[in-house]
Design a protein around this ligand. Structure first.
Ligand code: HXC
Length: 512
């Protein structure tokens, strides 16, 4: 055999060794837990055959606790780049079969390298997290690795999309890297996130809680609002990530990707004509409007299990991605509260950072009254949404379907805070409050029920409609519900070259 051939064989041998991860026994245990391996996940995520691996031969440099004799090539994280629907993305995938996917100095450097490349190349980073946290044998060197990643997450925020999938453990300070990315997806049975685990909680507060109750997928998707999506398993998770990436540009200098469609921009839908009930107290599902008007009826909802009184997510109109923010009359009458305000505010800021036009649908009776909300700081949390809509410079199109009452009218992307085009259905009611409430305040002394009913009717006639706002130019156009798709597309077309800059500043001070 020639010397050359020897060298090639050695390269092949080493390369195969690196692909073994923690070995067959650990991989088997991993698969039995219903999880795919780090490499299988990458293969499922990316277009077939596009993955290019970086730093395949990296090993850790630790020497304490016998680590000098315990090296596994690749060191617990698979990193590199590839394509999703032909578009470049960077990816890191923690390998739980190697030292529990724990973060060493060396594997932190691998992750940092692709984060750095992603910013130079202007392409998203997707992190597949499955890790026991800091590499215990490395002490502060590992903590330093985490902090370097956190810092890089912040630098990348708003420059390239960053997406995290939690597919196994994610505990301690390790949660803060995903927390600073734009979206977190968790798998239903196999993932959890917490800052301190059940054992520490038991010692400190004497509370008993399981890992799943404390930080499982549904806890973070429905209670804490930390996570944005839940998938049944790894396979579905990778498919959801692929779909999600399809709505966003590769970086903040690009427009979101156009996806051709056969769905006509002129399409009318008669079913919308009667969807919004004439009775303002009757609920209906705002998602029906969103799905009906979107290309091919596709709506990718973000945080569907949290603060259901507001709906946010992505769709496309005439091939162009848009972000929807919509009050949901089918849940708590679509009222704005702390959770719905923060949910929507963060989504609005993502869309604005990445040039995704905002379509806001309004049917809101106001902010939720009560001590829980006031003590919880509804003032500062509601202000987040107001701030986010106001600072957003992307095209902003608003449609009032029914109620737009009080401060919530102002907040929900009204003309006054910079919306570019404001529609209303003939069923819209734009007023300080509902007619009954209003009359009870300004005609408190009127006790005769018949007289009061007359005044209520008069108030409704004057204010519970879109015409007063249209007279003042706060509504640009009143439209038939069946024309919604066509009208939204026209408005998007009209605003597509919008150019708006906020005053130059270091950064604003959003009420946190
Ligand atoms: C080194 C680790 C490790 C770690 C797990 N392993 N966590 N090695 N550092 N942090 C190794 C185990 O020794 C084992 O090696 C293999 O990974 C699998 O672990 P098991 O315990 O057998 O798996 P399982 O029963 O599934 O339990 C998973 C686990 C548990 C819940 C994650 O391993 C665990 O509690 N690990 C420690 C978690 C932790 O306290 N990390 C530090 C958090 S503080 P072998 O060779 O037997 O297969 C932190 C701070 C970050 O992360 C700070 C940032 C600011």
């Amino acid at each position: 055999m020639s010397i050359l051939q020897d060298k090639f064989n050695e390269f092949e041998r080493r390369s195969k060794e690196a692909e073994l991860g923690g070995g067959e026994a650990r991989k088997e245990k991993h698969r039995k837990a219903g999880k795919k391996t780090a490499r299988e996940r990458v293969d499922l995520l990316l277009d077939a055959g596009t993955f290019v691996e970086t730093d395949k031969f990296v090993t850790h440099t630790a020497t304490d606790f016998g680590m000098d004799k315990n090296k596994i090539v690749g060191d617990g994280v698979v990193t590199g780049f590839g394509k999703i629907d032909g578009r470049l993305v960077y990816v890191f995938s923690q390998d739980f079969t190697v030292f529990g996917g724990s973060l060493s100095r060396a594997n932190a450097n691998k992750i940092l390298k692709i984060m750095d490349l992603s910013m130079k190349a202007g392409a998203p980073v997707i992190g597949l997290n499955d890790s026991g946290g800091a590499r215990i044998q490395e002490g502060v060197a590992s903590l330093a690795g985490y902090a370097d990643i956190f810092y890089q997450n912040v630098m990348a925020s708003g420059v390239v999309p960053q997406i995290s999938a939690i597919l196994g453990p994610c505990a301690g300070g390790a949660v803060y890297s995903p927390a600073m990315t734009d979206f977190i997806l968790m798998t239903k049975e196999s993932s959890y996130m917490f800052v301190t685990g059940p054992d520490v909680i038991k010692t400190v507060t004497n509370e008993e809680v399981t890992k799943n109750e404390l930080g499982g997928a549904m806890t973070h998707n429905s209670k804490s609002g930390v996570a944005h999506m839940v998938a049944e398993d790894d396979e579905q998770a990778m498919m959801m990530l692929r779909e999600l990436i399809g709505f966003m540009p590769s970086n903040n200098m690009e427009d979101p990707p156009y996806k051709p469609t056969n769905d006509s921009p002129e399409r009318e839908d008669e079913s919308l004509q009667e969807l919004v009930p004439a009775d303002p107290n009757k609920p209906y599902d705002i998602k029906e409007i969103i799905e009906t008007v979107s290309d091919d009826n596709i709506f990718f909802e973000i945080m569907p299990h949290y603060a259901k009184n507001i709906v946010v997510g992505f769709g496309r109109l005439a091939g162009k991605p848009v972000g929807y923010v919509a009050n949901q009359p089918a849940f708590f009458a679509g009222v704005l509260d702390i959770d719905s305000s923060t949910k929507a505010a963060r989504f609005v800021r993502f869309c604005d950072a990445f040039n995704i036009p905002l379509i806001t649908m309004v049917d809101v009776p106001g902010f939720l009254p009560g001590t829980t909300q006031e003590f919880g700081g509804i003032i500062k949390h509601g202000a987040k949404l107001l701030y986010a809509f106001s600072e957003a410079t992307v095209p902003k199109i608003t449609l009032i379907t029914r109620k737009a009452y009080g401060g919530a009218y102002d907040v929900m992307s009204s003309k006054h805070i910079g919306a570019d085009y404001n529609f209303a259905y003939p069923t819209a009611e734009i007023a300080v409050m509902g007619a009954d409430g209003a009359v009870n305040i300004i005609y408190r002394k009127v006790t005769d029920l018949e007289e009061k009913a007359k005044i209520v009717e008069d108030y409704k006639h004057k204010f519970a409609n879109p015409y007063k706002a249209a007279e003042l130019g706060y509504i640009d156009e009143i439209i038939f519900p069946k024309d919604t798709r066509k009208k939204l597309i026209q408005a998007l077309e009209m605003t597509k070259n919008k150019s708006k800059q906020n005053p130059h500043k270091k950064h604003g001070n959003i009420p946190l």
